[in-house]
Write a protein that binds this ligand. Structure first.
Ligand SMILES: [Zn+2]
Length: 290
């Protein structure tokens, strides 16, 4: 069943890339950042396999290596299908090339005056003639430069890798860090409880364990308490209740959030899961706080 949804997302991705190329004139699949990072490829590769994981999440099926490998294979197929479809839809009308089936198909023309434009020759032609739009200071100058065949060919295969990487990683963006209840075959739900500063970790965890022995009202009062931070920019802990919606088994995830320099020197907080800890919960305790 998951393959069926994977194939649907593969077809939709091929179609979307084609429509954008033919009618807006942007080739998403060959979009690279700084001439080398295959951003367009990674995004499309991710979309090729995304259907698999949306289905798994919806049907509460645990994602395994089998699904990730299938997703990467779909992304690989997607890469070649998108390039083949670009060839298939390349027509020549009044000596200008279009992707909207106007005029005559490119295979009716000769490549280097010797051979017809097969898919293979079409790719060779792309390697020889592709140009990159140059951006200066973040603004597209509108001028194109050609880096030559070696660069274009390398870029093509790096884009293929981008597709595969997108296919391999999309699962983690859809179901990746969701915990799973093996007993009930359900993805667990998450509910944020509160934040506290890392410097008070031991005291807070002790207080939390005590509060879990109390009534629901007392526990709610406990998590609503003010917990002042000593200074801006210190690491903190976000306590997240993670529980199975059926059997209520669960734990409290104590996520370690640390400051990082974001764009413009502003601080942003990111989880560092090396220091994230799990606080096991009894069934009574998790039923009480859900
Ligand atoms: Zn369960």
């Amino acid at each position: 069943m998951f393959i069926f949804f994977g194939l649907i997302s593969l077809l939709l991705t091929i179609l979307a890339d084609y429509l954008i190329m033919a009618f807006i004139g942007i080739s998403v699949h060959s979009f690279t950042l700084w001439f080398i990072l295959p951003i367009g490829g990674a995004i499309l590769g991710a979309f090729c396999g995304k259907g698999i994981f949306l289905y798994l999440k919806h049907a509460n099926i645990k994602a395994t290596a089998k699904h990730t490998i299938t997703s990467a294979i779909l992304a690989f197929i997607g890469f070649w299908a998108i390039n083949y479809f670009a060839y298939f839809s390349t027509y020549v009308d009044d000596e200008s090339i279009n992707n909207t089936f106007k005029g005559e198909h490119i295979s009716n023309y000769m490549y280097n005056d010797t051979e017809p434009f097969t898919f293979k020759n079409y790719l060779e032609f792309q390697f020889e003639t592709s140009e990159s739009v140059v951006s200066v200071g973040g603004h597209s100058s509108g001028s194109s430069i050609s880096f030559g065949k070696g660069y274009n060919k390398t870029s093509f295969y790096i884009t293929m890798l981008g597709f595969i990487i997108g296919g391999l990683t999309v699962g983690s963006t859809v179901v990746g860090d969701k915990s799973y209840c093996d007993k009930c075959k359900k993805y667990m739900k998450e509910k944020k409880l509160y934040d506290f500063t890392y410097s008070s970790f031991d005291n807070e965890v002790m207080a939390l364990e005590k509060a879990l022995q109390k009534t629901k009202e007392e526990f709610d009062d406990f998590i609503k308490q003010e917990r002042p931070f000593e200074e801006y920019g210190e690491p903190y802990i976000t306590a997240v209740l993670t529980y199975c919606p059926v059997c209520k088994d669960g734990f409290i995830n104590l996520k370690f959030m640390e400051p990082k320099k974001g764009s413009g020197g502003k601080l942003v907080w990111e989880e560092n899961d090396k220091y994230t800890k799990k606080l096991p919960l009894s069934n009574e305790a998790s039923s009480m706080i859900v």
